[in-house]
Write a new protein. Structure first.
Length: 491
């Protein structure tokens, strides 16, 4: 006997629904029954089903129309469907086969025979799946990483408490997706936020598995999801209760769209609030403007700069916990903000990123320890590890320190940085040049670029826009001075 499944039964005859519900539940299956064919898509979007039993002749909408819609949707194109009809002639059978029905039974029918046929379809469907499981045991991110690592092609069907959807994979890269009313990257980001659910991977006919080098798209989405989660956590105190009304205002600071944050849903959120003042965060999420995590981050950032505020409250900018700076450091931070603005970068805040090689980690941590302000609360004060970034802000400048191990992280946010520092430690000059070349290729050409490479035995002369610092900076003042230095080589 196949594993017990969940069956959707659609028929406008209450007696048929009662008979089929009893027949399937008697052998252990779960049944959801509806008289209304218009409820099929909402039900399929909210729950996972293993098969559909569909009457042909129904008011408002025929079973043929429902079947055609199911076969057009990648998420249900391979879902077993059995058609029932009081008209059992060959023309109806042929039409059902051509539209994609898996089986066709004329009325009246034997309930036991129908149960046996449906169980056979469910069993064959399960045997053709390449991979299946539960997200409680195999988190979404791990599943996608496995599929990317194996350069898998196929259709991943997913069902979670938040809805159902699908991801189309081509050699490990997610080429298309639909989930929770979203599509594309936002659908994947929304799915990555789910902790429970079921997945089933198919290899659709005519698309055999292929073997090639894994593509990077899934890796970028995983990094972006983790980054958004960190940014939301850092601003968690700014997020209002989800049922609290929000008001948009033209006052406040201009949000730095090119700020190094992941792409925000700024225009959709502001447009929604302009059209419906007092709309809550919950209401924004229900409009499927973007992935839920992206919407939350957008709301937090807009509140942070005073562009939106809670209903009944005046807008206010987030109070800045600024460090006490000496005059020289304060002047350098101001100069960096001013020069970055002249180069076309946002002023609030100026993004400075330091990529730290493992060999230089201790030196970088010593510099951090000298800063007179705590790191972001969600990252604590622990050491820089292999997989986290550390943030420090002075109000005008935000310093982001991220591990570097020979390859750059997601280059989209690197291109938004006004200053990029590659802290390499002592290593052969060839490796220094290779890393410097990689940085030059990915950075915005307007950005300040500096390589800290103590012990380098000759200058990287080919990198005219890259400053080489051949000693370890003792503090942030020395580092900023090197960034702003007009010299190609420093020290």
């Amino acid at each position: 006997m196949p594993d017990m499944g969940q069956i959707l039964v659609v028929d406008d005859d209450p007696d048929i629904l009662h008979i089929l519900t009893a027949a399937f539940e008697c052998v252990g299956h779960r049944v959801v029954a509806t008289l209304d064919p218009e409820e099929v898509q909402p039900l399929l979007g909210a729950q996972r089903f293993d098969a559909v039993i569909l009457d042909v002749m129904m008011p408002r909408r025929s079973g043929w129309e429902v079947l055609e819609e199911l076969r057009r949707d990648p998420g249900t194109e391979r879902l077993p469907v059995v058609m029932l009809s009081a008209i059992g002639d060959s023309a109806n059978r042929v039409r059902g086969i051509r539209l994609g029905a898996d089986d066709f039974l004329p009325k009246p029918f034997d309930p036991e025979e129908l149960v046996a046929r449906v169980e056979g379809l469910i069993g064959r469907r399960a045997s053709t799946g390449l991979l299946q499981g539960d997200f409680a045991s195999f988190p979404v991110g791990e599943v996608l990483q496995t599929l990317q690592g194996n350069a898998t092609s196929g259709l991943l069907q997913v069902t979670t408490p938040g809805g159902s959807g699908w991801l189309r994979l081509s050699e490990g890269s997610c080429s298309d997706a639909s989930y929770g009313g979203l599509s594309g990257a936002d659908a994947v980001l929304a799915l990555l936020g789910e902790k429970a659910g079921h997945f089933l991977l198919y290899n659709p006919p005519g698309q055999p598995p292929s073997v090639s080098l894994p593509l990077p798209a899934v890796s970028r989405l995983l990094l972006e999801a983790a980054w958004i989660e960190d940014e939301v956590r850092a601003r968690s105190e700014l997020l209002p209760p989800e049922d609290r009304g929000l008001i948009a205002t033209e006052a406040g600071l201009a949000l730095p769209v090119q700020s190094g944050l992941p792409d925000l849903a700024i225009a959709p959120v502001l447009d929604a609030l302009a059209a419906e003042p007092g709309l809550s965060l919950s209401g924004l999420l229900q409009r499927h403007l973007a992935a839920p995590s992206r919407v939350r981050l957008t709301v937090a950032c807009l509140i942070e700069v005073g562009r939106i505020h809670e209903e009944g409250r005046a807008p206010s900018l987030r109070p800045a916990a600024l460090p006490v700076l000496d005059e020289e450091l304060d002047a350098l931070l101001g100069e960096l903000a001013q020069e970055s603005a002249l180069r076309g970068f946002p002023v609030t805040p100026v993004e400075v990123t330091i990529l730290v090689d493992p060999a230089a980690r201790k030196d970088a941590e010593r510099l951090l320890d000298r800063l007179a302000v705590p790191r972001s609360p969600h990252l604590g004060t622990g050491p820089l590890s292999e997989d986290i970034s550390i943030f420090w802000t002075s109000g005008e400048v935000r310093l982001r320190i991220h591990p570097y191990s020979g390859s750059l992280p997601d280059t989209r946010w690197l291109r938004h940085c006004a200053a990029l520092v590659l802290w390499l430690g002592e290593q052969p000059v060839e490796e220094t040049i290779r890393s410097a070349t990689l940085l030059e290729q990915q950075a915005d050409p307007r950005a300040y670029r500096l390589a800290i490479a103590p012990g380098t035995d000759r200058p990287a002369a080919d990198h005219r826009r890259l400053r080489i610092l051949r000693h370890t900076p003792e503090d942030l003042t020395a580092l900023l001075g090197a960034i702003l230095s007009p010299l190609v080589e420093v020290g």
